[in-house]
Design a protein around this ligand. Structure first.
Ligand code: ZN
Ligand code: ZN
Length: 137
């Protein structure tokens, strides 16, 4: 794996929230060119988009949609990063994880009732964070 790709993976796994390709691109270049900004390798945006796509296809990353008109990416679920969803503040854009979505009950029921084998589910929750509720009062 090339250094730019390694840097992208690192940027993704260090991020606490799903990142846009723009953000992954910026963060990966910071990793590649620390401090002085003079590094040997530079990651271009087209490569970043291509690699993000590839990661999603190989299930190493998940594509996430916050109705922003572009995808965000997050490192795939693992024991370190267990199954979770996101709470998104519509006012300031803050993103928080939440676990225990309770949807396993639903998917088990659906499998029984429909005969479908459920592969995944998507759920993002939008609203106003406590801070923004205070400031908008
Ligand atoms: Zn907010
Ligand atoms: Zn869930």
């Amino acid at each position: 794996m090339t250094a730019p790709r390694r840097a992208m993976l690192r940027a993704l796994s260090q991020a606490g929230v799903p990142l846009s390709v723009q953000q992954i691109h910026e963060e990966a270049n910071r990793i590649l060119n620390p401090e002085n900004g003079v590094g040997e390798e530079e990651l271009d945006l087209v490569t970043a988009y291509r690699f993000a796509n590839l990661l999603a296809e190989k299930n190493l990353a998940q594509r996430i949609e916050f109705n922003e008109g572009y995808f965000r990416y997050e490192i795939a679920e693992s024991s370190e990063r267990p199954h979770h969803h996101h709470l998104v503040c519509r006012s300031c854009g803050k993103i928080e994880d939440f676990q225990d979505c309770g949807l396993t009950h639903l998917t088990t029921r659906l499998e029984k009732e429909s005969g479908f084998k459920v592969a995944e589910h998507k759920l993002e929750v939008f609203g106003t964070c406590p801070q923004c509720q205070i400031t908008s009062r």
